[in-house]
Design a binder for this molecule. Sequence first.
Ligand SMILES: [Zn+2]
Length: 142
Amino acid sequence: MTWNKPLPSLDADIEPFWQALKRHEFTLYHCKTCGAWYFPVAFCRFHKNEPLFGNMEWAKASGRGKVFAWNVHHRAFHPGFASDIPYVYALIEMEEGPMIGSNIIDIEPYKVKIGMPVEVVFEDITEEFTLPKFKPPATVAT
Ligand SMILES: [Zn+2]
């Protein structure tokens, strides 16, 4: 299958995030000093004025979160999405705290609920890119 949708832009500071996704690992940016989590790259707000300022890394995260906000798209804003509509775009609040925007899959669009638990799944779209998408955990009946 050919990927006919836009690809994510590969900014250098977020490249490790995409490389981890290729390995089917979900990472978030992490302060090694105090354990705070961020997405995307940030300076730790607890250490920005201290010498420890640079003690940050991409670290494996749970991949679990809950739906913070969502909507259903009935129109493709890019021709590549035409066969997917209607699809759900959501903001997911990860267990570690950061928010990430992605699609909720494996559920009928209007059954998505705010606060619903979701977990990451990996969709390999090209040789270069794997997208993080989210679905209800297998243990939750939908
Ligand atoms: Zn910190």
